[in-house]
Write a protein that binds this ligand. Sequence first.
Ligand SMILES: [Mg+2]
Length: 261
Amino acid sequence: MRSLRHSVLTAYLTLAALSSAPAQAIPHPLLGLISHTEYTYGKHESPVIVFDIDDTLLDTRFRTVRIFNELASVPEFRLAYPEEARRLTTIWAPQVLYSTEGTLQRAGITNAAAIAAIVTYWRERFFSDFYSSEDIQLPDASRYVNQLYRSGAIIVYLTGRPRETMEIGTRNALSRWRFPSGPRTALLMKPDAKMDDLIFKRNALEEIALMGNVIGAFENEPANLNLLGARFPEAELFFLDTIHSPRPDLPTEKSVWINRY
Ligand SMILES: [Mg+2]
């Protein structure tokens, strides 16, 4: 997937450095979106930019590491699976994959009963306010989103996080990392934890369309990004190459890749 024509960038960080580039330079796509926002806002249209949260704006891998470490210190688990408990403590953020089972196997944990116990423990905690306090922003994500916001953008956070168990934690994290909130922002969360993310996001498209002119979208899930691109063909699409589900979709050719983790 890394070989796609548009794949290139290193970080939101690059932005700040490029913002002082000479006027005749070809604008970086991330900078171009800022110009596009200013232009759209200047025409008295409402520029809307959609951001996924997990592994697009916030790094969720530390949440998983904390849950693993916690389980490794639970006496019953240590007694039943001493070697697996030890191995759990060796996993650090860069080793975390999208698939929890895959992460465990990579760490040498192969006992099926232990894996089942770990995955159950992880799943009961991962989608919660409490553990999401471990999330950190991707480098300079907040600075970039704020720059768009100050340029006149309406910022839509479109996340598969369930509202019931994660709204407080999500709002706290956005606030902690100083992402825009309040007027001209919207936080759209899944009303039912069991709902498929893609279906939830598809259902949200018309609500987003009513907010203004969607000119940009950021996602780490190719299928979600392509969904946004199909509904908003004028939007510039940015694919966060972090971790994503094993769904076979590839980001549409027109998307710009941002390499992160
Ligand atoms: Mg995501």
